[in-house]
Design a protein around this ligand. Sequence first.
Ligand code: FES
Ligand SMILES: [Fe+2]
Length: 422
Amino acid sequence: MLTTPQPSSAPARPELDFKWPAEGITRAPYRLFTDPEIYQLEQERIFRGRSWNFLCLDVDIPKAGDYRTTTIGETPVIVTRDHDGEVHAMVNRCAHKGALVCLKKQDNVANLTCVYHAWNYGLDGQLKGVAFRNGLRGQGGMPSDFDVAKHRLQPIRTEKFCGMIFGTFSEQVENVEAYLGADMAQFIKRNLDRPLRVLGTHSQTIHNNWKLYAENLRDSYHATLLHTFYTTFKVNRLDMDGGIILSDEKWHHVSFARRAKLQEAAEYSEAKVHSASYESALEGPGLLEAWEEFDDGITHSIQTVFPNMCIQFTLNSLAIRFFAPKGVDKTELFWIYLGYDRDSEEQSQMRIMQSNLTGAAGLVSLEDGCINEFVQRGTRNDPECASFMEMGGRVAESEKNSRATETAVRGFWQGYRGIMGF
Ligand code: FES
Ligand SMILES: [Fe+2]
């Protein structure tokens, strides 16, 4: 029996009868994907604990009065921009009786007003007005010592990094750049540190625990096996030059690959725009028309940020995905397809066309949505059994020359065990 340490702010909780297998991070007990008690503990220790969570993009709320709603774990959150251009985030829960205050995905408003009893908040979450505060005709109303300054929407610490707005409930966690670490921060800057343009969004419900998706993103081993499209049409092969970089705590990662022929072909094309048909077997090669975007030759990358986001760059298809837990066996997966403000119309169209692979209704995302549910269904009745993850070794270390490894999945579990106290 393992007694789990309690964060100082957390209420005392009965002991959780859970012990990680002796094999360590090469095993993940299936109970982690089905146990409601562990799920609740994750809300406390991860999502309301020492983690930074992607909230939205800076360009999602460009004007004063804009708001977006999202979640940190299952906690509903509002992100606003005030009249000074400041961004604020707060829990979407009225300080009166706890109703949701903002009901839409996004809007532009002068203030935030709860529909239940019309308590009224500024864009920074400060309470401004209370309906019938002084009662009616001298009757009723709030006690004379009622003070609006003592009631506000619970604030959330925010920080911007490369056009993204992150939020945390923790006062202790370091700033976002330090949380990412030097290698991770640098790769995000490579991809996002310039004005962004949103090309489209969508979301889908997947019927599996959120951590199965976190694993799947770090699982470079499956890419060319499950996604047979990649090899059939010669889009991505595991023997391409590439590798995995883990952050210091191992819980974030970048998986990268270089598609050599893209580089070679680009040298022959003055405009550096060409059809990938020279090596693909597609009848409609326009799907993969690409141009070389960076000098480092990296054409494929997936980067995760613990706990629940990733940035993908496949050829020119740039997207952010984040996945919100909606119960122990349900997750909502959000996609934001991106380009840069400087893109030409032709480049935007090429990015959108490529998203047919790893995007809405794309072959790759369809398969990942299915496979995580297959794991959920295959494991839910045997909580004491565990997965086996020894491909590429038994530790979580960067592997700069191969993607035939589960090192990043082990890295996820190493970070998870640390923050959960398991
Ligand atoms: S619950 Fe919001 S005003 Fe009453
Ligand atoms: Fe996949």
